[in-house]
Design a binder for this molecule. Structure first.
Ligand code: ADP
Length: 342
C-alpha cells in the first residue's frame, strides 16, 4: 500500500456528530409512499446503529422495506419522519440539503447496488479515476489510490479494458473500486451480488471480507443469500417495515426462528413472530406478568377476556389485565384510566 494513502481505521469517532461510538445511527424511521390515493407504509419506525468495522446485513422477505431502508441510510431517499446520523456530519441527514448530503457521502459511504455500472466508453482505470475527480479527491492521491485499489481488488491487469469486455465479477470489482476511491467509512449496498452466479458471488463476498478486515471499512448490505448471511457480525431481520429481531452470524435463512433475538424498539414495541402465534391459535390478547425477572405472556381467549361481571381493564403501564374494580393496578400500582378493548 502506498504510504501516504490514508485508509481510515474506522474507529476514529472524534468528528462524529452523534453521542455514541457508532458510525451510523438510524432513529425511528418511517417511510410512507403515496401513489395517488394509495399510501404504503414501507417502514414503520426502524432504529439501529452500525459500529465501526461492523459487518451488518439486512434480511427479510420481499416487501419488508429493505431497499427503502438502505436507500434512506445512503441519503438517496428522504424518510417521511425519523433521523439518520452519519459519522463526520454533525447534522441529521434527513434535515440536510442535497448538496450537504452529496458532499458528506463522499467521505462517509461507498454505495453499491445490484446494477452498479461503469461508464462504457471509459476503461476500468478511467472509471475509478473519474469517480475520484467527481468526489474531489486530490489528483495525485487519485492516481496512487486507483493503482492500489485495482491491485487490492485483483483487477490491475484489466485496467485498460472497458465494461463490455469484462466478466460479471470483474465488472463488480471495478464498480467496488469506484466506491472505494474516497476511502469511505462504510459500504452500503442492496443485493450487491444478486446478479452474479454462485461462484462469482462467493469471490465478491470474499472481497467484502477483505475490504472489511484489511481496510477497516464497515459493511451494511441487504441480502437474500445464505452465502452472505453467514459472513455477518450481526443481522437485522425486517418484517412489514419494522425490525423483527436480530441474529448473530450463525443462522440459516430458512430457520430464522432458531436464531432470532427479538428486539424491543424505541416505542417499546416487541413484535411476536407469526409462526409462534400460529402455534398457539393466534390469540389477540395476552395478560402480562413478571416472574423471576422473566416476562410471561398468557394468551387470553375472547371468551374469557370478560369472564365475570366486572369489566376488565388493561393497565397502560405494565399491561396487567385488571379484573377488580380498583382504580389502581394490582400488579404495579399505577392508576388505571383506560378500558380494555374488545
Ligand atoms: P424490499 O426491499 O424488502 O422488497 P421495499 O423497500 O422495496 O422492500 O418495499 C417496501 C414496500 O414499499 C413494498 O410494499 C413496496 O411495494 C413499497 N414501495 C417501495 N418503493 C415504492 C415506491 N417508489 N412507490 C410506492 N411504493 C413503494
Amino acid at each position: 500500500m502506498p504510504s501516504d494513502i490514508n485508509i481510515p481505521s474506522g474507529d476514529d469517532t472524534s468528528s462524529i456528530g452523534i453521542e455514541s461510538m457508532s458510525i451510523l445511527e438510524v432513529e425511528d424511521i418511517i417511510k410512507i409512499y403515496k401513489t395517488g390515493k394509495i399510501e404504503t407504509q414501507a417502514l414503520r419506525g426502524v432504529s439501529f446503529k452500525v459500529l465501526p468495522r461492523e459487518k451488518l446485513f439486512l434480511i427479510g422477505p420481499s416487501g419488508s422495506g429493505k431497499t427503502t431502508l438502505v436507500s434512506i441510510i445512503a441519503g438517496m431517499v428522504k424518510p417521511s419522519s425519523g433521523k439518520v446520523f452519519w459519522k463526520g456530519l454533525a447534522k441529521d441527514i434527513t434535515r440536510s440539503s442535497l448538496e450537504e448530503i452529496i458532499k458528506a457521502r463522499r467521505n462517509f459511504a461507498g454505495v453499491i447496488f445490484q446494477d452498479s455500472r461503469l461508464l462504457p466508453h471509459l476503461t476500468v482505470e478511467e472509471n475509478v479515476e473519474l469517480a475520484g475527480y467527481y468526489a474531489k479527491v486530490q489528483s495525485h492521491i487519485i492516481k496512487e489510490r486507483t493503482e492500489f485499489l485495482l491491485q487490492f481488488l485483483g483487477i490491475w491487469d484489466k485496467r485498460n479494458k472497458k465494461q463490455d469486455t469484462l466478466s460479471g465479477g470483474e465488472r463488480k470489482r471495478a464498480a467496488i473500486a469506484t466506491t472505494l476511491i474516497t476511502n469511505p467509512t462504510i459500504i452500503i449496498g442492496d443485493e450487491p451480488t444478486g446478479d452474479l452466479d454462485v461462484r462469482t458471488a462467493e469471490s465478491i463476498l470474499d472481497l467484502f471480507d477483505k475490504i472489511n478486515e484489511e481496510l477497516g471499512i464497515a459493511i451494511c448490505i441487504v441480502t437474500h443469500s445464505q452465502q452472505v448471511a453467514i459472513r455477518a457480525d450481526r443481522i437485522l431481520e425486517l418484517k412489514d417495515g419494522i425490525v423483527l429481531g436480530q441474529h448473530s452470524s450463525q443462522i440459516h435463512l430458512r430457520k430464522l426462528d432458531k436464531s432470532r433475538l427479538l428486539s424491543v424498539d424505541r416505542q417499546s414495541r416487541l413484535a411476536i413472530p407469526k409462526p409462534i402465534l400460529q402455534k398457539i391459535d393466534n390469540p389477540k390478547h395476552f395478560s402480562i406478568s413478571i416472574e423471576n425477572k422473566n416476562i410471561v405472556l398468557k394468551p387470553i381467549t375472547d371468551t374469557n377476556l370478560f369472564n365475570n361481571n366486572t369489566p376488565s381493564r388493561t393497565c397502560m403501564i405494565c399491561g396487567n389485565l385488571e379484573k377488580t374494580k380498583s382504580n389502581f393496578c394490582s400488579n404495579c400500582g399505577a392508576v388505571i384510566t383506560q378500558d380494555s378493548e374488545n
